[in-house]
Ligand binder design. Sequence first.
Ligand code: MD3
Ligand code: FE
Length: 208
Amino acid sequence: MKPVDTGFEGLALYPRLLDEAAQQALVSALMRAFEGTPPYRPRMPRTGKPWSIHQTNFGPLGWVSRPDGYGYAPKNEVNDASWPAIPAALLALWDDLAAYPAPPECCLVNLYDHPGARMGLHRDEDEQALDAPVVSLSLGDTCIFRVGGFARSDRSKSFRLSSGDVLVMGGPSRLRFHGVDRLVFGSSRLIPGGGRINLTLRRVTRPG
Ligand code: MD3
Ligand code: FE
């Protein structure tokens, strides 16, 4: 499977890497798994302002945004339970695409569950293993995704991410600014009730 050229070295986009059946199976598995790790609205550090999306995690470390800061935590603050294991289909994606000698420790789940859901421009920089790529899968509605440079004000490019698309961000693109400007709400019928689910796999600690 060959990625399309994004024009950014280290940023690879694999359109529709997962077919309809694989997407359906994953959504069913996610709906069951959410019973043990309910999606919640994260809050901004300091201000406590709630995000427009819901989040949850799989894996030994979950990425959290809480009034006391951003970072990785071994437990869900909703029910104080460990996050469930990362689904096998996602571990297989990492094995196929990450070219990294250790498994991911975090699968952050972002649920864009209403037409106004978005994610502001940011960098993924809370990991120690910055030599590992980030592998991200989109399910459901298409979104307009923006990738910039290494300063917030650098020029940026927009891409559409559709259901089944996988994005790998590594090498010189690992610390680029990026965000989700908006959804094309209702563009897919994959997810009951509509919306988009993004699953982002990350290695957090340095292996070994
Ligand atoms: C490009 N999620 O969870 S994933 C995130 O669609 C996040 O929910 C977005 O940004 C979403 O942190 C985008 C794709 C992504 C992730 C990391 C990147 C793109 C990236 C790092 C560098 C460049
Ligand atoms: Fe990100």
